[in-house]
Design a binder for this molecule. Structure first.
Ligand SMILES: *[C@@H]1O[C@H](CO)[C@@H](O)[C@H](O)[C@H]1NC(C)=O
Ligand SMILES: *[C@@H]1O[C@H](CO)[C@@H](O)[C@H](O)[C@H]1NC(C)=O
Ligand SMILES: [Zn+2]
Length: 994
């Protein structure tokens, strides 16, 4: 418990504080009240095994989705059992009861969102009982995040946050015995390398999952490589991102014939010879046969069986009564030479035996996307499913990070201030729930999707109060602050009506950004002044007809006011806007397609006949490519096909043909030129339009697409894509990010670690794009930065396509039992979705310097708030929480209040090794010189999920088949305040502040 480094007191004030509270009676690990023994949780609590036998680890478990067919709270209570019989509260009640009946029994619990709900409702004696079960290792937490996150469509910052939330609750409730050793993603539909990297950095000893491509699985079974060592980063020094990974034998279900839940029909063990149908011999023989055959496809004399499934153990007696008997009768055979030993176990006990086996393991460096469970069943549709929810989730993360930062910067007044009581916790929990593998993935029922969105909206309401309080404290103005959440469709009642108002732009990035502000207005001429009272260039242009169509009756602005704001790092700037009485009238659009538009950095050319993009040139680097872009739709399979009856649905993408339909070979265009922006507005059809925007001071091109309502009058489901066809010689390669971090190389009809038999030429070449993708050759790299997670592929040389929207008429028989056919009150005829894509053209060696910061800028976007009229002259118009911008390689990932007097800070090196000539070097930041208003008293480093001190982080070491055993080198820093970050490294600090 006490570590040598503990003595370094000055540097470790927090540890000192922890030590003091330890001695003042707040024992982190209360002794078991009945046994009086010290805790024996973790690896110590595992049952003994038999070295000369086949050991079968039975893992009783339940898989509890944090929302899917029912909402998270319906699942908790067991409400709406007409939709699906499932009640998590009863599961936990029943399991605790049954664990108490036999100390050999084990259970693992995974989803802290549910456990937290249950725990709050327990009596103190029940809490004491459960603590004892945890301390004795009989109830063990695995994974332990708020939910079991999706891996394809989540952004790393939100995954880290949701893990931190769940693991913190477990630590605070159960101490060390509550720290999970194993990551457990038994259901997500494909596995991201970045998730493995994060789990390694969170201190997990191993990782288990259930789903991988069926071809990959059968090869791994043949070669006994279902257990492997995943090296999950090209930049982090091994073993920092090495994660032992096990593929479970049967998804996460029990072996055939051995499901004893109330939801199953397998025969119970009938062991009274006096009664009818005695079946012990039959059960034992069947079980031993299954165990022996399973052991043929794994390396050691230990195998694991997952005894449970979705929402099982509501009446845990059924399971445990039969498992007790199974163990007794199979092990009884040992007296007659039986070689199978069955035991109650947990994933960590199983992992410990694999570790003890001291073997070498196959090394894997790519990922597990895409996932197919049959030749025509590629789970690549959910990369795009519910694009509006995916965008709302992403923007909610931006709002949450701003809320967290302003809670710190504004001090205690932000939680309780002139605008009432606000909090960040509600949005933290809503975001954590939204990371679930049926939430942001878009694979839930419609009413559940609505519930996720409602939670995010509630959370944002609570944060708005906090943000208003904080900005009042920082600016000294208590003027009412208005937020406009619908600026993307030009709706903001205040700016539409006001003659004089101010705009506060808060920038959550740790570097200054130049941000184009675009506001709905009704006047024709305005004056805009920056925080120093200096007039800035502004432009008024008419609201487009497609914006009017999509906003419907929600706003009435005729025009948009545009100007550029320079926002300081981790701070705000305030601009004032006044209507001019007799300014010049705004220019009206020209009905011609310009042959080109350009600024200092870029030239964009158009084909005047079709109105389509035709080329892109970077004027600084003198590069030029041919580039055409258009919109298409794949005809979704309805299931009536020769090869398979699999339709396209929420999970699965299965086009009927590899050739998509073109929506229109030409676009009707109009264009607008001005000092801030040049726009070419393209209308492709009544349901597809786009604005091509080139801002005068930006190096990238913005494409704002609007798609919907997708017509289904022809009874055809449609999967809408945009495709860029370029002169870049891609030789079948393209690149996508993994959860927004490291880039992975993809190749058409190819998997890096096994020989693919391709059976779906489009869907089998789709990959998740979280924040960006690119294609390149020696000279040119075209990077596409997206504003949400989407699916995409490179089907032809030089081409990159992104799926934007999907509207489907059939369910894809993976359980959700609804076609993905989104409508809403405002769009009863089908959802309209609008989004943005940024295009950047750079020479490959310089491209990362552009796209890394660009992608962060889209993820963490400025928050705009408005005040009506003139501001009080004493109002502080500009503020930065930093003494200076952080170096370009460093991203401030997390700044959030931890408790009364400490903060959690995460700093990230945002470049990969070798990716950038200038930025891929280690960089040192002095924490004490970072913040402008915070006085730091102490610092302690933690693991990535902030549930363990960094210097206590000891993970199992594993040897890859290559033989080399990596040893982690310790870096000595000159001072505790100096943090050196190496490429792709994230460091997590707990800072004590005054
Ligand atoms: C593991 O195996 C290696 C080589 O095979 C051996 O040198 C080492 O002593 C073994 N370690 C343990 C703990 O058995
Ligand atoms: C775990 O929780 C205990 C009790 O609240 C706290 O004292 C300790 O600092 C926490 N550990 C970590 C690593 O956060
Ligand atoms: Zn699930």
């Amino acid at each position: 418990m006490i570590r040598a480094s503990f003595l370094d007191m000055a540097a470790r004030c927090l540890h000192l504080a922890a030590l003091l509270s330890f001695f003042s009676g707040a024992l982190p690990f209360p002794l078991g009240p009945e046994t009086g023994k010290s805790p024996t949780c973790g690896y110590e609590s595992c049952h003994a095994t038999q070295p000369d036998m086949l050991n079968v680890h039975l893992v009783p478990h339940t898989h509890d989705d944090v929302g899917w067919l029912k909402t998270v709270d319906q699942y908790f209570y067991g409400d709406r059992n007409d939709i699906q019989h499932a009640g998590v509260q009863y599961i936990l009640d029943s399991v605790v009861d049954q664990l108490l009946k036999n100390p050999d029994r084990r259970f693992i619990y995974v989803e802290t969102a549910f456990f937290y709900r249950w725990w709050r409702q327990q009596s103190s004696s029940m809490k004491q009982t459960v603590k004892q079960l945890v301390e004795e290792g009989r109830l063990e937490f695995v994974n332990g995040g708020w939910c079991m996150s999706d891996e394809a469509t989540t952004h790393y910052s939100s995954v880290i946050d949701q893990m931190t939330l769940g693991l913190r609750f477990l630590n605070e409730t159960f101490g060390l015995c509550g720290r999970p050793r194993v990551a457990w993603h038994i259901d997500p539909f494909g596995h991201a390398r970045e998730h493995a990297s994060m789990f390694a950095q969170m201190g997990y000893d191993g990782f288990f999952f259930g789903r991988l491509d069926y071809q990959d699985r059968s090869l791994r079974m043949a070669t006994k490589e279902q257990e492997l060592l995943w090296r999950a980063s090209e930049s982090l020094t091994p073993p920092m991102a090495d994660l032992f990974t096990g593929i479970l034998p049967n998804g996460y279900n029990p072996p055939t014939g051995f499901c004893w839940d109330q939801s199953c029909d397998d025969p119970p063990i009938r062991d009274d010879p006096e009664l009818e149908d005695y079946n012990v011999d039959d059960v034992v023989n069947r079980f031993v046969a299954i165990a022996n055959s399973q052991s043929m496809v794994y390396k050691t004399n230990h195998i694991i069986m997952t005894m449970g499934s979705d929402f099982q153990y509501e009446n845990a007696n059924l399971w445990y009564k039969n498992l007790d008997k199974l163990i007794r009768y199979v092990n009884a055979e040992q007296a007659d030479g039986g070689k199978v030993n069955v035991l109650y176990s947990t994933p960590s006990c199983y992992l410990q035996e694999l570790h003890r086996a001291n073997r070498t393991w196959a090394l894997k460096t790519d990922d597990f996307f895409p996932y197919a469970d049959a030749p025509h069943d590629f789970w690549t549709g959910y990369f795009t499913s519910r694009p509006a929810l995916k965008r709302y989730e992403r923007i909610s993360n931006s709002n949450l990070q701003t809320c967290n930062q302003l809670e710190v910067l504004g001090g205690p007044d932000s939680r309780k201030g002139p605008f009432g009581e606000g909090d960040s916790q509600t949005l933290k929990e809503a975001m954590a729930v939204a990371q679930h593998h049926d939430a942001v993935s878009g694979t839930e029922k419609q009413h559940v999707a609505n519930d996720y969105a409602r939670r995010l909206a509630n959370g944002w309401q609570r944060c708005q109060v906090l943000v208003s309080n904080s900005l009042a404290a920082l600016s000294g103005s208590t003027a009412e602050r208005i937020y406009c959440d619908n600026l993307n469709i030009s709706v903001c009642p205040l700016t539409e009506a006001s003659k004089k108002f101010s705009v506060n732009v808060y920038n959550p990035l740790a570097r200054p950004v130049s941000y184009p502000v675009r506001l709905p207005v009704n006047g024709s001429s305005y004056e805009v002044k920056d925080a120093n009272g200096k007039p800035v260039d502004c432009q008024v242009l008419p609201v487009s007809s497609s914006t009017k169509e999509v906003r419907r009756s929600r706003g009435y602005a005729l025009r948009e006011l545009l100007f550029q704001v320079e926002a300081p790092p981790l701070g705000f700037t305030t601009s004032s806007v006044s209507l001019l009485k007799d300014g010049p009238p705004p220019a009206s659009p020209s009905p011609r397609t310009p042959t080109s538009i350009q600024n200092k950095f870029l030239r964009v050319t158009f084909d005047p006949d079709t109105g389509l993009l035709s080329g892109l040139s970077n004027l600084e680097t003198k590069q030029s490519i041919k580039l055409t872009q258009n919109f298409y739709w794949y005809n979704a399979s309805d299931g009536n096909n020769t090869h398979s009856n699999q339709p396209s649905g929420a999970y699965i993408f299965r086009p009927n043909s590899s050739t998509p339909f073109i929506i229109s070979s030409s676009a009707k265009t109009e264009s607008i030129q001005g000092v801030v922006v040049q726009e070419v507005r393209q209308v492709f059809s009544p349901w597809v339009s786009q604005v091509v925007r080139l801002y005068s001071d930006r190096r990238e091109l913005e494409l704002e697409w609007t798609v919907g309502p997708v017509p289904i009058g022809d009874d055809l489901g449609k999967e809408v894509i945009t495709r860029f066809d370029t002169s870049i010689k891609t030789s079948e390669y393209f690149y996508t990010d993994s959860n927004g971090r490291e880039m992975l190389r993809r190749r058409k009809d190819f998997r890096p670690s096994w020989t693919l038999r391709q059976s779906e030429p489009i869907a089998g070449n789709y990959y998740p794009i979280n924040s960006r993708a690119f294609i390149k050759d020696e000279e040119d790299q075209l990077t596409v930065v997206t504003d949400r997670s989407q699916g995409g592929g490179s089907i032809h040389n030089g081409s990159l396509e992104i799926m934007l929207h999907r509207r489907l008429l059939y369910d894809d028989v993976r359980g959700v039992a609804e076609p993905l056919n989104e409508t809403s009150d405002i769009f009863p005829e089908g959802l309209v979705v609008r989004g943005g894509i940024l295009l950047s053209l750079q020479p490959p060696p310089r491209a990362a310097d552009a796209h890394r910061p660009l992608a962060q800028q889209v993820v963490l976007q400025p928050l705009l708030s408005f005040t009506e009229g003139e501001l009080h002259p004493d109002t502080r118009l500009e503020f930065s929480g930093l003494q200076a911008a952080l170096p370009p390689a460093v991203h401030l990932l997390t700044l959030t209040q931890w408790d009364e007097d400490s903060l959690l800070l995460r700093l990230e090196h945002q470049f990969q090794t070798g990716e950038s000539k200038v930025n891929s070097e280690p960089v040192t930041v002095n924490l004490q010189k970072m913040f402008s208003t915070l006085k730091l008293l102490g610092v302690s480093e933690m693991n990535l999920s902030a549930n363990q001190w960094k210097d206590e982080m000891k993970r199992f070491d594993w040897t890859p088949q290559t033989g080399e055993k990596p040893l982690l080198k310790e870096f000595q820093e000159r001072s505790v305040w100096e943090a050196t970050l190496r490429p792709m490294e994230i460091r997590t600090f707990l800072l004590r502040v005054r």
